[in-house]
Design a protein around this ligand. Structure first.
Ligand SMILES: NC(=O)c1ccc[n+]([C@@H]2O[C@H](COP(=O)([O-])OP(=O)(O)OC[C@H]3O[C@@H](n4cnc5c(N)ncnc54)[C@H](O)[C@@H]3O)[C@@H](O)[C@H]2O)c1
Length: 249
């Protein structure tokens, strides 16, 4: 079950962190994985690491916020006679800049755009670039990584991030309706607190998580592997929450 042999998966921002965990699980399930990252060296190292474990992995550096780069790279794959069966929209946070946490009233207009570019436009660009090919071939899986901040209001200074995540998740619901008849699904995995956030932020929150631990990138990989599989063909427009039970709705 959930075998991904003969499938090609593009995972954005998978040079490290959650994305690398997703790429690792999909590769172990048999997929050929394309490791996207804006950091070329990081993408190459991650792909090399997975290949050294016997997987099929290639670096695919580009910036998801630049539609022309995204289109050129995806068209390049199609031109080589290859295809993308699975797209995981994983790039998020504040892109390749440190995560800014500030109350909305204190944010300057110059600080808004980056969150929307990375967390919403990045998803729009990559989804648009792969969708026609998936529909023409009659199979495709789009999975967008979101956050609890996109499901609920929080007083921790992440309003623009949360707004962009909610927008990307809602795009998946609309796309799910439009492409369902073509055998393509579009889903969301909404994450709770992961084990790569600073200890100062996470330590006090761990006792409030029913499973008493932070999320591991592999936890996300297992959830994505299900949604990416043939077997999940009747699951679409859905948000799968992976948060250790922190908010049970
Ligand atoms: N870490 C958490 O606690 C947490 C919680 C909830 C949701 N999430 C979501 O999970 C996803 C992954 O988070 P993470 O903490 O593993 O991220 P990360 O910041 O550790 O890694 C993201 C990778 O994306 C790359 N990247 C950044 N901007 C890019 C761009 N424009 N184009 C291509 N690549 C780019 C970076 O170089 C980096 O390697 C994000 O969508 C994030 O919003 C994370």
């Amino acid at each position: 079950m959930y075998e991904l042999t003969n499938m090609t998966a593009l995972i954005t921002g998978s040079g490290q962190g959650v994305g690398f965990g997703i790429a690792s699980v999909l590769a172990h399930q048999g997929a050929r994985v394309l490791i996207n990252d804006i950091d070329r060296a990081r993408a190459s190292r991650a792909a090399e690491h997975l290949r050294s474990e016997g997987n099929q992995a290639e670096p695919m550096p580009f910036d998801v916020t630049d539609f022309s780069q995204v289109q050129t790279q995806i068209e390049g794959i199609h031109a080589k006679g290859s295809r993308i069966d699975i797209l995981v929209n994983n790039v998020g946070n504040a892109g390749n800049t440190p995560m800014l946490q500030k109350p909305f009233r204190e944010m300057q207009p110059s600080e808004w755009k980056n969150f929307i570019d990375v967390n919403l436009y990045g998803v729009i660009h990559c989804t648009k670039a792969v969708l026609d090919g998936m529909c023409e071939r009659g199979f495709g899986r789009i999975i967008t990584i979101s956050s609890e901040a996109g499901r609920m209001g929080l007083g921790i200074g992440v309003s623009l991030y949360g707004a962009a995540k909610a927008g990307a998740a809602h795009l998946m619901r609309h796309v799910a309706h439009e492409v369902g008849p073509f055998g393509v699904t579009a889903n969301v995995v909404a994450l709770g607190l992961m084990n790569n956030v600073p200890d100062a932020f996470s330590t006090q929150l761990i006792p409030l998580i029913p499973t008493h631990r932070l999320g591991d990138p592999l936890d996300v990989g297992y959830a994505v592997a299900f949604l990416a599989s043939e077997e999940a063909g009747w699951v679409t427009g859905h948000t799968l929450v992976a948060n250790g039970g922190f908010a049970t709705f």
